[in-house]
Design a binder for this molecule. Sequence first.
Ligand code: SAM
Length: 280
Amino acid sequence: MEKDVKSILSESGFGFKKRLGQNFITDKNLLASIVEKSGADENSTVIEIGCGAGTLTRAIAERVKRVVGFEVDLSLKPVLQRTLAGIDNAEIIFKDFLKADMNELEKRYGEFCVIANLPYYVTTPLITKILDEGKLCRSLTVMVQEEVALRLCAKENTPEYGAITAVIALRADAEIIKKVPRTMFTPRPNVDSAVVKLTVRDGRLPVTDAAFYKKTVHAAFAARRKTLVNNLVNAFSISRGQAEEVLASCGIDLKARGETLSPEKFSALSDGLLKILQSN
Ligand code: SAM
């Protein structure tokens, strides 16, 4: 790269767009440690979502076989041409990743890992899209707001535990691998961040029907103040007796609330519910 990124951005007349979550990282040690902790190596294909000025893209490209980057902001094209000069294993697709066809990507690139400093406003839809549709995704290493990181990795019976935690647990182990203070970003956001690694482990929960597991989780968290029985009665139009019967068969307290159930208990509950619904 012929100049530092901040000069390239200002020479290109680039204006940061808050609505696209544009908070960039330039610290080389931080960038290197994110890639190293992701576990991606010289044999990996990495999908990066939101290349920004290409600092993370470059750090990834220097360590892996190939990077496929997505960036929705076309005004970053001239910036990326300069910041990625001399890098020949990075391909940038100027497109909203939420509209990307995962099947097509997997046909073209095969097995992949995701590394991204995610725009805060699409964090949950992006993670769920990849875990739902990415059959060949091996891991996601994502920088998110610290509060979101705590939610992604939460344990049952904590205020941070929610539907997204239990849905992720269906396919992946989640751990916080690094805390990143707000001072590391340009421009500086109002909150601190953390890097979370989601390691995909297919079959980590023994569920018969993954879509129904997610429906059960969302039903259980629909009204957090209500008991699980009430939420299930409302969501699945079953009788209170049937809801209590399935809870008892899974060894779940009849007065329990959704947030007390581990992903393993949710898995047993969803299979039990499915049986009752099929016999109705
Ligand atoms: N990777 C860069 C870094 O670490 O410095 C930039 C990270 S910045 C937090 C997020 C980037 O994602 C922005 O450049 C933004 O324009 C881009 N972006 C936002 N929504 C997107 C989407 N749906 N698809 C692809 N890129 C998106």
